[in-house]
Design a protein around this ligand. Structure first.
Ligand code: F6R
Length: 241
């Protein structure tokens, strides 16, 4: 894994945006893998700014998102569909038909997971996958476990994830307990992966990630097997290195 330590959250966002800009300038039809949560918000602000400055054109871009809560419709403000539309898609010239997220509102989430994996398999590739890391080491919603699924699946969120994400909801009881997530296999198929990490709360997991081991109990450690991973870490998240 290549590691770049930068000053702060803004620098993480700017560096990630410039990596996406270089990719989009080098290839006409790009497939971007996107993440939600707090970490990529600054990146999406930068991409919107670049679009407004006519530096980026998303008309031929396809996006796939990592995950979606089970039980939330796209109109729910805490759904990841809403998040993506609100922070990025509504502000750029992307065709919403080319933006993919698992269908969290499906009455049959297991089938929705299978359907999403099929949607992914129809894409030629994911050129660049953006990831965040959970404080427990999860990537997408692949939670620490004895074994991990390769393809898109329904997952029970761990109490630590529910607690971490309660800040987005009125109360912890409203946080969905399950989600549909891309599996580690689907993520690892991306040509390139950029992991964004910011803030002191991530410092312990970043420190753990730097040892010489891989473990399904630290799903982000599996990224060590991927040949093209860039970790962009701010000084707070790197403070225990
Ligand atoms: C989001 C996702 C999660 C987050 C992770 C970090 O689509 O899949 O893995 O990247 O939980 O979340 P934040 O950025 O809120 O700390």
């Amino acid at each position: 894994m290549e590691i770049k330590i930068v000053k702060d959250y803004q620098a993480v966002s700017e560096l990630a945006a410039s990596e996406i800009e270089s990719l989009m300038n080098s290839k006409e039809e790009v497939v971007l893998g996107l993440a939600t949560g707090s970490t990529p918000v600054g990146l999406y602000k930068e991409l919107v700014k670049m679009y407004q400055q006519e530096k980026l054109d998303f008309s031929k871009t396809t996006t796939v998102n990592l995950d979606e809560y089970v039980g939330l419709k796209g109109s729910h403000p805490q759904s990841y569909r809403y998040f993506m539309n609100d922070l990025l898609f509504n502000h750029i010239n992307i065709d919403l038909k080319n933006t993919h997220l698992p269908d969290g509102a499906s009455e049959n989430p297991q089938q929705a997971a299978v359907d999403y994996e099929e949607e992914l398999s129809k894409l030629e590739t994911i050129d660049l996958q953006i990831l965040g890391i959970g404080t427990n080491g999860h990537i997408a919603f692949n939670e620490p476990d004895d074994r991990l699924s390769l393809s898109t699946h329904v997952v029970n969120l761990l109490p630590s994830t529910i607690e971490d994400n309660a800040r987005f909801f009125e109360s912890i009881d409203e946080v969905p307990k399950t989600a549909i997530t891309m599996g580690v296999g689907s993520i690892m198929k991306a040509q390139r992966i950029i992991v964004l990490v910011s803030g002191k709360s991530k410092a312990p997991i970043v420190a753990q990630l730097m040892d010489d081991y891989v473990s399904t109990q630290l799903p982000a450690s599996l990224l060590k097997f991927h040949p093209r991973v860039l970790l962009i870490i701010d000084e707070d998240a790197a403070s225990l290195l």
